[in-house]
Design a protein around this ligand. Sequence first.
Ligand code: T46
Length: 131
Amino acid sequence: MQPTLIDFNIHGDDRGSLIALEQHKDIPFDVKRVYYIFDTKADVRRGFHAHKHLEQVAVCIKGACTFKLDDGKSQQHIRLDTPSRGLYIGNSVWREMYDFTENCVLLVMASNLYDESDYIRNYNDFITQVS
Ligand code: T46
C-alpha cells in the first residue's frame, strides 16, 4: 500500500476536541507499539531508513514536521501539521523527517514491536532491495 494520508474523525464540542484511534478502523493494522518523538533540536533530520515489514501511522499531535518518502522510484514530501491527519507508511519506503517545529510531538503507531533487524539503514542496500 502506498503512503496515504488518513483523516481522523474529531469529536468536538464546546469543551474542545477529542480524537480516538482504533485498530482496523482508523489504523489499518494491529497496533502493537506506540512511540513519540519530541524535543527535536532545530535543523535536525531523523529517520534515514526503511523497514522490511513494519507498517506505521504517524501523526503530529502538536506542532509540525515534514516527511520525505522515497520508494526507490519517486520521492514525495508531506507536511504533517494537524492532530486530525495521520500518514500511513508501509514497508519498503525510505523515510526522513525534517523541519520540526520547536513544539512538535510526533506520535507513531506501529504494527510490530521494536526490532532493529527490520531496519534497512543503508540507502544503497534499500535501492538494491526495491529494484
Ligand atoms: C521510523 C521513524 C518515523 C527503541 O528502543 N524502541 C523503539 O520503538 C524505537 C522507535 C526506537 N528505539 C530506540 C532506537 C534508538 O536507539 O530509540 C533510538 C532512536 O531511534 P531511531 O534512531 O530509529 O529514531 P528515528 O527518529 O530515526 O526513527 C523512528 C523509528 O525508529 C522508525 O521506525 O519509522 O521514527
